[in-house]
Design a protein around this ligand. Structure first.
Ligand SMILES: Cc1ncc(COP(=O)(O)O)c(C=O)c1O
Length: 398
């Protein structure tokens, strides 16, 4: 690997992301960008209107360090309503600059150099960098796609591999359900196995649940914090970005027992201190929307999932139909005989006028072979955009 000048040893290997490269390629070639996961339609008016009205008021100034009380109360009420978990808005809820800051602040606050973090891979790309910044060590456990031809199957893991990843240096288990990039929703049995291990080895659990409301018919999101004995060792991370189609607002949060949240707040106050004043009451309004909003969001996205998944299959790309999130995973080998997903993505704009991202970037370099042939497409786009993308993929040149 070429060393990046000036960059600390901790961050070598975390150069420019492939998202930047692929998005630039989309612009340069006029391709449809199904790489990055952001919606191309506005969020609910009830949310946007509150933000507009808050600009020009005292909400423009620094919010209180833990977040505006109206938002902390709305987060606590929302977690109670959907997960049945009670958190005290005074000291068990912290508003952050997106889920990303919640995760990074938690890792900086909780890890000593050399502490190990057990997590599943493929993994969301900020995890490895945040663990590295905190001086921690990754212990990745593979998730395996269903066998070829089983597009309705689920990604799974080997419990023995999970157990083997927990060494005496393990401090924290970083979970992500619903899971990006696979679209997997961990089942109760899987979470129970993870919980047993965490309790047996006395691990803290940091669970990233930003896709909690983007779960399709037949699957159900469950938070590991609701399992017996888990609330006291778990930090639950959420975000308004996906739920209200406001990914640029970066309003996230973390809930957990007061001593853990206090530790995260200590790190967080020196990262951003606070952010997004006028967006905080807006996300509070969103969290209080009736159930129909949340079920409607998932149903609408599920329909778009079906549209893209059918199109990918018709284009000769074996695809696993995701249970959740914005993303579908394909195996490129039938159309890219060398099985190189990165090369496939670099050539896809020319071959079809579409951009996707290679899944290899979501794996530890040591495990790159597991994700080499996999590519992720996003379906959080308007119907006409997806329809056009599917038509283009159907005409893909060899
Ligand atoms: C799994 C996962 N966690 C966290 C984030 C980032 O959330 P936020 O924009 O709230 O920082 C994303 C965004 O794509 C994600 O996919």
């Amino acid at each position: 690997m070429t060393r990046v000048p000036h960059l600390s040893a901790r961050l070598q290997g975390f150069g420019t992301t492939v998202f930047a490269e692929m998005s630039a390629l989309a612009v340069a070639t006029g391709s449809i960008n199904l790489g990055q996961g952001f919606p191309d339609t506005p969020g609910p008016a009830e949310v946007l209107d509150v933000a507009r009205a808050a600009i020009g008021t005292p909400y423009d100034q620094y919010p209180p360090g833990p977040g505006h009380p109206v938002l902390r109360e709305a987060i606590a009420a929302h977690v109670q309503r959907f997960r049945g978990l009670g958190y005290d808005p005074a000291d068990e809820v912290l508003v952050t600059a997106g889920a990303t800051e919640a995760l990074t602040a938690a890792l900086l606050a909780l890890l000593e150099p050399g502490d190990e973090v057990v997590l599943f891979e493929p993994m969301y790309d900020s995890y490895a960098a945040a663990v590295a910044m905190a001086g921690g060590v990754l212990r990745p456990v593979p998730l395996y796609p269903p066998p070829a031809g089983d597009g309705g199957g689920r990604w799974t893991f080997d419990p023995a591999e999970l157990a083997a990843a927990v060494t005496p240096r393990a401090k924290l288990l970083l979970l992500n359900t619903p899971h990006n990039p696979t679209g997997k929703v961990f089942t109760r049995a899987e979470l129970a196995a993870v919980a047993d291990l965490a309790q047996g080895a006395d691990l803290l659990v940091l669970t990233d649940e930003v896709y909690e409301h983007l779960v399709f018919a037949g699957s159900e999101h469950l938070s590991i914090a609701t399992l017996p004995g888990m609330r006291e060792r778990t930090l639950v991370v959420g975000s308004g970005g996906k739920t209200f189609s406001t990914t640029g607002w970066k309003i996230g949060w973390v809930c957990g027992p007061a001593p853990l949240v206090t530790a995260v707040r200590t790190a967080k106050q020196f990262l951003t201190f606070v952010n997004g004043g006028p967006f905080q009451p807006a996300i509070a309004a969103g969290l209080g929307l009736p159930d129909a909003y949340f079920t409607g969001l998932a149903a609408d996205l599920g329909r778009r999932r079906d549209l893209l998944v059918a199109g990918l299959a018709a284009a000769g790309l074996p695809v696993v139909s995701p249970e959740s999130t914005y993303f579908a995973t394909v195996d490129v080998r039938p159309v890219q005989p060398d099985g190189d997903g990165m090369a496939f993505c670099r050539s896809l704009p020319a071959r079809a006028g579409v951009v996707a991202v290679p899944m290899v970037v979501f794996y530890d370099p040591a495990d790159a072979s597991l994700g080499r042939h996999l590519v992720r497409f996003a379906f959080c786009k308007r119907d006409e955009v997806l329809t056009e993308a599917v038509e283009r993929l159907g005409r893909m040149s060899p």
